[in-house]
Design a protein around this ligand. Sequence first.
Ligand code: 13P
Length: 254
Amino acid sequence: MRTPIIAGNWKMNKTVAEARELVAEMIPFLKDVQGVKTVFCPPAPSLLPIAAMLEGTDIDLGAQNMHWESGGAYTGELAPAMVSEFGEFVILGHSERRAYFGETDETVNKKIRAAQANGLTPIVCVGETLEENKANKTSEVVSRQIKAGLADVSAALVIAYEPIWAIGTGLAATAEIANDTIKTIRAVLAELFGEEDAQKIRILYGGSVKGSNAAEYFSQSDIDGALVGGAALKADDFVKIIYVARAEVMKSNA
Ligand code: 13P
């Protein structure tokens, strides 16, 4: 049984003051939730203040990106140890990083290795463009991203399948299709790590997940939670997504 993860990727939204307000609103509802792992991934300046607010809760913290080098002359970058000082997770290879900041399977691979070496759990993002989807290349694209991105890394990671055409568009992939692609990803993970480890790796879906559609995803066999963008900025919607995940866990335990 894989414990679901619901991670909020706030992207480039919220000042520290706004972030504190959002977290303060959610903590009373989320601090004791059992059976689901909640993760906030705010912009870097909010990591320290939010870490302080999350003390004594079961909520974890993650960064949205980091560099693979341990330090030095890399203006504007975050070193792994700077993230692991406050966070347990780091999102790596998000499609926005790949599209706007030149990230490749090779640089994502270096980052995953650096994250694991620093005790962080990477949330590795994969997903196809609309053109690739229309050309029936989804399996080929995600398999390539997984094989190249995960060369020489350990199985201590989380995968997020985010079809690029479903991000921020309201056009979510249907739960059945997302589940099928996630099964393909799990099969590739089994080739890399063996069946037993592949069964333990959490694979999240991301792309227009909200409170109102979350149950469709979380009731699927292979979807182990969500990486949430827009809805993670709204306290009531994000709390609802986590409660839906918890209800699914209780249903499957019954
Ligand atoms: P939306 O939930 O806004 O579609 O964003 C998904 C995403 O990119 C999370 O990383």
